[in-house]
Write a protein that binds this ligand. Structure first.
Ligand code: PGA
Length: 247
């Protein structure tokens, strides 16, 4: 088992006003005995305002993306140090929407992972198969390859200290979730791939997590929490899901 986490990926939604409102509503969250860490991932332009709203809170801040470069003439990019400066502790790397829509390869994701971790951010490495890959029975192979690319560049001892989120592409934003058994099977394989050192690595499940399916998913032995998209945009729903990580 890893440390339990609940992460909210706000994607490219909202305004400064709505981000501030949501962050303020979540800011009072405190799990029993502080056992569960809550993290929100607002759009980059809303980080500053959310950071202020979470100032006195135990809720942590994360970014949805980071540049693979540390500094320099890279118009439009945001570096790991800039994210730290905004109060971020976490960063998503390799989200399937970036892999698919922005053409991020396993190699680029590995570079971003390493740059972020070296700078002092905690990467949440997102992995997952497409529907076609699942139908061809390639799920475990695809996920293992995505993780191997990062292990090759950053080293196993570094990867086990990060967080890994298994998010089947066909389950993201579709309302279709992996069954708890399907998710657990992949999580178990990831745990095995990480070996002994990965016994306490935090493994999250993501893909249409909601208040009705979260309890059963989170009760699986190798699922330590969730990465939630759509359902994290409403404070009440997200807080309810967070409670299910504790249960
Ligand atoms: P979803 O998104 O919960 O809306 O499916 C999850 C994610 O993309 O992290």
């Amino acid at each position: 088992m890893g440390r339990p986490l609940i992460a909210g990926n706000w994607k490219m939604h909202g305004t400064t006003e709505s981000a501030l409102k949501l962050a303020t509503q979540l800011s009072h969250y405190r799990s029993q005995e502080n056992a569960v860490e809550m993290i929100v991932f607002p759009p980059l332009v809303h980080l500053a305002v959310v950071s202020v709203a979470l100032n006195e809170s135990t809720v942590r801040l994360g970014a949805q993306n980071v540049s693979q470069y540390s500094d320099g003439a890279y118009t439009g990019e945001v570096s790991a140090d800039m994210l730290l400066d905004q109060g971020c502790k976490y960063v998503l790397v390799g989200h399937s929407e970036r892999r698919a829509a922005m053409g991020e390869s396993n190699q680029l994701v590995a570079e971003k992972f390493k740059v972020a971790q070296d700078a002092g951010l905690m990467p949440i490495l997102c992995v997952g198969e497409s529907l076609e890959q699942r139908q061809q029975d390639k799920t475990l192979e695809v996920v293992a390859k995505q993780i191997d690319a990062v292990i090759e560049l950053a080293g196993l001892s570094q990867v086990v200290q990060a967080v890994i989120a298994y998010e089947p592409v066909w389950a993201i934003g579709t309302g279709e979730t992996a069954t708890p058994q399907q998710a657990q099977q992949v999580h178990r394989a990831i745990r095995a791939q990480l070996g002994d050192a990965g016994r306490s690595t935090t493994l999250l499940y993501g893909g249409s997590v909601n208040t009705s399916n979260a309890a059963e998913l989170f009760s699986q032995p190798d699922i330590d929490g969730g990465l939630v998209g759509g359902a994290s945009l409403e404070a009440e729903k997200f807080l309810n899901i967070a409670q299910l990580v504790e249960a």
